[in-house]
Design a protein around this ligand. Structure first.
Ligand code: HEC
Length: 133
């Protein structure tokens, strides 16, 4: 009885890790099927920090504009002021666990920041960078 409880508890702790690996590898496999890869965390980090000049406002935008440069800290939405939970899965285990959520925010945030959607290669690189934080 006691041993069963220990096993169940251990599984509960292990699950978020599996979920993260699943969502990220599922998406990266999908990008690979589209011809992208191999993925580079260094390229992902460079893109994360790269400023893009917005055509309308003339101001520079990058991913850190809302998520801040230190991904273990909370960010702040540049327009609404709403707090954004830390991006690093090491401090926020809910991050990168849901394929649907990642897809949705990649579309929105790439369009807002880069002025276009990210390519499969860029998204794979970004995930390679973010998943190990
Ligand atoms: C205008 C503000 C803003 C900018 C700029 C921004 N994001 Fe976000 N991002 C958000 C918000 C808001 C959410 C959803 C709320 C949350 O998850 O905390 C989010 C969520 C995400 C998620 C979902 C993560 C998960 O699994 O929980 C990813 C991935 C992401 N952003 C990537 C990026 C990338 C890559 C860039 C740069 C190309 C970027 N973001 C730039 C505001 C922004």
């Amino acid at each position: 009885m006691k041993r069963k409880l220990i096993v169940v508890t251990a599984l509960m702790f292990a699950m978020p890790l599996y979920a993260q690996a699943d969502a990220v590898s599922e998406l990266q496999a999908d990008y690979q099927a589209k011809g992208a890869g191999p993925f580079s965390a260094a390229a992902g980090e460079a893109l994360w920090n790269k400023p893009f000049k917005n055509a309308k406002s003339g101001k520079e935008r990058n991913c850190t504009t809302c998520h801040t440069a230190d991904l273990t800290q909370s960010g702040k939405h540049v327009r609404t002021g709403k707090v954004i939970e830390p991006m690093a899965p090491s401090v926020n285990p809910k991050r990168l666990t849901e394929v649907k959520k990642i897809k949705k925010w990649f579309v929105r945030n790439c369009k807002w920041t880069l002025g276009r959607e990210c390519t499969a290669q860029e998204k794979g690189d970004l995930l390679a960078f973010l998943k190990n934080l």
